[in-house]
Design a protein around this ligand. Structure first.
Ligand code: ATP
Length: 248
């Protein structure tokens, strides 16, 4: 029997405050071991899609009006975020969201709280994350609020990894960061994918960048899938730019 997709969304519809149709019809799949990109302009519905998967939308006055979500073949349509994190599905929110007054290392440790990890396990996981993010090792005793934007993004990703996820939902990792740092972060995402088998569903406005790293991509336009396919096929297609018209 063939494996079910790691994640599957079927005709998701999300309405905020009973009037704002943020997502009208999104279906997508992520297979185990894949990096899948969710592309689209500002306001297209990428963040809403990710938050709906991770169980955060209902906590935010949003409402999942229709559709189904399955993770590892099981329905998770209304599962709360904490339960999903315990099952290996975690989100890194847009805007990095570190605890500014905690050190980098304390931020990382918060990612393991739900696991009730032993001290030895924590130490091993921290060491593993510092291997991937040497910058975080250097900065581990600094207050996160005083680290650079790139370091905060790395801290946010590192914290998600402390939950030992199978699937990470990554929202706009490139936002506000210098191209060199963005490349560094995407290279680490690729290493995590190839060496640890972590799958990623990542929302990005920077389509050219994301298509270089992703296996497959969905282009979201006004809350629905406009175009989808293997990243190799979508790369360089001139019509992709049309989805971003109006973007600064
Ligand atoms: P961005 O890159 O700006 O985050 P996005 O593609 O992720 O864009 P969403 O943030 O999902 O898009 O927004 C989709 C639509 O839903 C937009 O029209 C937005 O204004 C609206 N929206 C998002 N969050 C809320 C909310 N909490 N309450 C009401 N409307 C919202």
């Amino acid at each position: 029997m063939s494996q079910p997709p790691l994640l599957e969304l079927e005709q998701i519809k999300v309405v905020y405050n009973q009037v704002i149709l943020a997502v009208s019809d999104i279906s997508l799949r992520v297979d185990a071991g894949q990096i899948v990109a969710l592309l689209g302009a500002n306001g297209a519905g990428k963040s809403t899609t990710l938050k709906t998967i991770s169980g955060l939308v209902s906590a935010e006055r949003g409402q999942l009006a229709a559709g189904a979500i399955r993770y590892q073949g099981e329905a998770i349509t209304h599962a709360p975020a904490a339960q999903l994190a315990a099952r290996g599905l975690v989100q890194v929110l847009e805007g990095r969201h570190c605890f500014a007054h905690l050190t980098v290392e304390e931020n990382l440790i918060t990612g393991a709280l739900a696991r009730r990890a032993s001290r030895a396990e924590l130490a091993a996981d921290l060491a593993r994350i510092y291997d991937y993010f040497p910058r975080l090792k250097t900065r581990r005793h600094s207050q996160a609020g005083y680290t650079s934007g790139g370091e905060q993004q790395m801290t946010a990703i590192g914290r998600a990894l402390m939950a030992r996820p199978r699937l990470v939902l990554l929202d706009e990792p490139s936002m506000g960061l210098a191209p060199r740092i963005v490349e560094e972060i995407f290279d680490i995402v690729r290493q995590l994918n190839q060496q640890e088998g972590v799958s990623f569903l990542l929302a990005e406005q920077n389509a050219n960048l994301a298509l270089r790293y992703a296996d497959a991509a969905y282009i979201i336009e006004n809350g629905r899938v406009g175009l989808a396919g293997p990243a190799a096929e979508l790369r360089g297609r001139p019509d992709i730019q049309a989805y971003y018209l109006g973007q600064a």
